[in-house]
Design a protein around this ligand. Structure first.
Ligand code: NZQ
Ligand code: ZN
Length: 383
C-alpha cells in the first residue's frame, strides 16, 4: 500500500426533507449567491424548498450554468458576485452547477485572469466558501474539491482542483432525483462506475480494504441500476444510488492506491470537441482502453471479473475478454451507446484529440504509458 494523506472536510446532510437544514447551516448575515442550471429545479420543487429555507437570509441568484459549464457563462456570475459583494455561494443543481460554482468561488477573489487558474495551474490562494444542494448523483463534486470547466472559444475542457473548494456542506435529498430523465440516471450510474474503476482497475498494491470497498461500490451500482432505471423508482433505490455516487469520488477509495484517470481525460476531450454527455464518453472509452491496456492491467481485470461478475473459467485471455464484454454490456443495458459512430462522431475527432495530447506532451494512466499513439488506438477501436 502507498503512503497517503487523507482529509475530507465536507459535511454531508442526507435524507428526505433535509433541504430545510439550509437555514441552520448558513450563518445569518451571509450575502449568498445561489447558482442554478437551466431550470429543472423550478419544476421539481427544489427551488421552492431552497427559497423557503433561506427566506430570512440575504440571497442573490444566478441562473443558466449549462451542462459542461462554460467559462464564458461563469464569468457573468463572477461579475455579479463581485458587484453584490457576496461572501457565500450555494450551488443548487448537478455536477455542472457545482463545478461551475467552484470556479466562481475561486475566480471572485482572484485579481488576475481567472482562466489562468486552470490553464496555467496557478495555485488558488483564497476562495469564497461554498455549499451545495446536489440534484444529480454522478460526479461526487458535492464531496470533492475538483471541477471541470469548459471554454467555448477554444473548445477546451480542463480540471481545476484546490483543497479550498471542498464544499462546507452538501445536502443530499434522494427525493430530488425522481425528476431526473433516464438518460441522466444512466450517465450518472456509469460515471459512478468509472470513478471507481479509475481508482481500482490499475495494478495490485495489496490494498485489501480499498479493493473490497471499490468492488462493493461496483456491485452496488450493478444491483441498483435496473431499479433506478425503472419508470417509478422507489426512495431507497435512489438513496442507495445517491450515496454510492458520492462515495465513488470523495477521496475515500483512493487511500494508498495508484490511480488511472485516462478514461476521464480522453472522455473530456470527446466532450470538448463533440459535446457528448460526460458519462457517455466514459462508456465509449473504457472498454477499449481495457483492451489496449490489458497486459498492464491483467491482474486487476481478472480480479474484477471474478469478484464482480463471477468470471472464473477459461484462459486468461478468455476471462479478460469476457469481463470487458460484460462491462460494455452493462453500459448498453442502461440504453447507453458505446461507439463514437453511434453519436454521429467520425474519425475526424481522433486526429484532433491526438494532436492536442501530442502538443501538450500528455501521457496518461497509472504508469503514464497511455501515450497519444495508444489514445489513437483506443479511439479507433471505439469508432
Ligand atoms: O440545468 P438543469 O435544468 O438543472 O438540468 C440538468 C442538466 O440539463 C439536469 N438535472 C440535474 N438535476 C436534475 C436534472 N433534471 C431533472 N431533475 C433533476 N434532479 O441534468 C442535466 C445534466 O446536468 P449536469 O450537472 O451537467 O450533469 P452531471 O451531474 O453529470 O455533471 C456533469 C459535469 O460534471 C463534470 C463533467 O465533466 C461534466 O462537466 N465532472 C465533475 C467531476 C468532479 N467535480 O469531481 C468529476 C466527474 O468525473 C466529471 O468530470
Ligand atoms: Zn466522471
Amino acid at each position: 500500500m502507498y503512503n497517503f494523506k487523507f482529509q475530507n472536510p465536507t459535511k454531508i446532510i442526507f435524507g428526505k426533507g433535509m433541504i430545510a437544514e439550509l437555514a441552520k447551516e448558513i450563518p445569518q448575515g451571509k450575502r449568498i449567491l445561489i447558482t442554478f442550471g437551466g431550470g429543472s429545479v423550478r419544476n421539481n420543487g427544489v427551488y421552492d424548498q431552497v427559497k423557503q429555507a433561506l427566506a430570512n437570509h440575504h440571497t442573490e441568484e444566478f441562473w443558466g450554468i449549462e451542462p459542461n459549464p462554460k467559462y464564458e457563462t461563469l464569468m457573468q456570475a463572477v461579475v455579479l458576485g463581485r458587484q453584490k459583494n457576496i461572501d457565500f455561494i450555494l450551488a443548487v443543481g448537478g455536477g455542472s452547477v457545482v463545478d461551475g460554482s467552484k470556479f466562481i468561488a475561486a475566480a471572485i477573489p482572484y485579481e488576475g485572469e481567472p482562466w489562468d487558474l486552470i490553464s496555467k495551474r496557478i495555485r488558488v490562494q483564497t476562495t469564497v466558501p461554498l455549499a451545495t444542494v446536489i440534484t444529480l448523483p454522478a460526479t461526487g463534486s458535492e464531496m470533492n474539491c475538483g471541477a471541470v470547466i469548459s471554454r467555448k472559444s477554444t473548445m477546451e475542457k480542463l480540471v481545476l482542483s484546490t483543497p479550498l473548494n471542498y464544499p462546507k456542506f452538501s445536502i443530499l435529498d434522494p427525493e430530488v432525483t425522481f425528476s431526473l430523465p433516464k438518460g441522466q440516471i444512466a450517465a450518472g450510474l456509469i460515471d459512478t462506475f468509472i470513478h471507481t474503476m479509475e481508482q481500482y482497475l490499475t495494478f495490485p498494491v495489496d490494498a485489501k480494504l480499498m479493493d473490497r470497498w471499490a468492488e462493493g461500490i461496483l456491485q452496488t451500482v450493478i444491483e441498483t441500476a435496473p431499479r433506478a432505471m425503472d419508470i417509478r423508482p422507489d426512495y431507497d433505490t435512489m438513496a442507495n444510488y445517491m450515496l454510492t455516487a458520492t462515495m465513488a469520488l470523495n477521496d475515500f477509495i483512493a487511500m494508498g492506491v495508484p490511480q488511472d484517470w485516462a478514461t476521464h481525460m480522453i472522455g473530456h476531450e470527446i466532450t470538448a470537441f463533440a459535446e457528448i454527455t460526460h458519462g457517455y464518453t466514459l462508456a465509449i472509452v473504457f472498454p477499449q482502453l481495457l483492451r489496449v491496456m490489458k497486459d498492464e492491467k491483467r491482474d486487476k481485470i481478472l480480479q474484477y471479473g471474478a469478484r464482480v461478475w463471477g468470471i472464473t473459467v477459461g484462459s486468461v485471455d478468455e476471462r479478460i475478454e469476457a469481463t470487458i464484454e460484460r462491462t460494455e454490456g452493462f453500459f448498453r443495458s442502461l440504453g447507453v451507446k458505446t461507439k463514437l459512430s453511434e453519436y454521429g462522431v467520425g474519425e475526424e475527432i481522433i486526429s484532433k484529440i491526438v494532436a492536442r495530447f501530442e502538443m501538450r506532451g500528455t501521457v496518461l494512466g497509472e504508469n503514464k504509458t497511455v501515450t497519444p499513439e495508444k489514445v489513437e488506438k483506443i479511439l479507433r477501436m471505439a469508432l
